[in-house]
Design a protein around this ligand. Structure first.
Ligand code: F6R
Length: 262
């Protein structure tokens, strides 16, 4: 587990974008797992800039999104289909047929979830899974007490998440109660994982995820069981960590580490 702390959200987003670019440069047909929400906006902006100005190529990339609200059509402004189109996909050269986002309008959620899991496997698994984190520690929509072995499924959102996300919906508009989401077990099968977090509101969840016990009360803490996880934090999100000096020491000494360590 590696913890990278930057002073600002912008610096954190740019560092995370460098990591995505490194993955695509090493493997142009990489499979990416992607989140929505406010956290990855800076990352997507930077990836679009790198595509436009530096030729970062998405022509062979495949993507799987983490989640989608149940009941929202693809063109609903708060659907995650719409979000991804507006903030990333319409600005880069990814082929439409390489984009997978859970369907919020399927008439058979069970069959859809099984198909989604199979598609991930058929594509060789996720090379790099990008995550945000909820203020209650959720990853994707795996709310507290979700099974740490859970798979893609329909999930009832926690009241806290509905309240947190109400800011994206029009006044009086109902935030959906259900979402279709990759499970914690699905996420843990990604070859590499990076979690981004910014702002003090995430500090407690981040501290629990990195330094707390592995518990379904903070599903991001399950990442401690993965062999290759990178946390990108801004100073606010890192505010409740106890081992900050150690993480910074590691980052400062990275280039000098003996070959084969890490
Ligand atoms: C969204 C997702 C969620 C968000 C989390 C944080 O696809 O997977 O887990 O990452 O709710 O949301 P923001 O970034 O809006 O604070």
């Amino acid at each position: 587990m590696e913890v990278v702390i930057k002073e600002t959200c912008e610096q954190m987003s740019k560092a995370a974008a460098q990591e995505v670019a490194k993955t695509l440069n090493a493997k142009p047909n990489a499979v990416l797992g992607l989140p929505t929400g406010s956290t990855p906006l800076g990352l997507y902006k930077e990836l679009v800039r790198m595509h436009e100005n530096e030729g970062l190529d998405f022509s062979q990339v495949t993507t799987f999104n983490l989640d989608e609200y149940a009941g929202l059509k693809q063109d609903h402004p708060q659907s995650y289909h719409y979000f991804m189109q507006e903030n990333l996909f319409k600005h880069i050269n990814i082929p439409r047929q390489n984009i997978y986002i859970p369907s919020g309008t399927t008439d058979n959620y069970l069959a859809f979830c099984q198909w989604y899991e199979q598609r991930i496997r058929d594509c060789g698994g996720i090379d790099l899974q990008v995550l945000g984190i909820g203020s209650d520690g959720h990853i994707a929509f795996n709310e507290p007490t979700s099974s740490l072995g859970s798979r893609t499924r329909i999930k009832t959102l926690a009241k806290q998440t509905i309240d947190d996300n109400a800011r994206f919906f029009k006044a009086g508009e109902k935030v959906p109660t259900y979402a279709i989401t990759m499970g914690v077990g699905t996420i843990l099968e990604a070859h590499r994982i990076m979690l981004l977090a910014n702002g003090e509101a995430k500090a407690e969840a981040v501290a629990g995820a990195i330094e707390g016990p592995v518990t379904s009360m903070n599903t991001a803490s399950a990442l401690q069981l993965h062999k290759d996880v990178l946390f990108f934090l801004d100073r606010g999100a890192a505010g409740k960590l106890k081992m900050t000096a150690y993480y910074e020491w590691i980052q400062a000494n990275l280039p000098g580490a003996p070959a084969g360590t890490g």
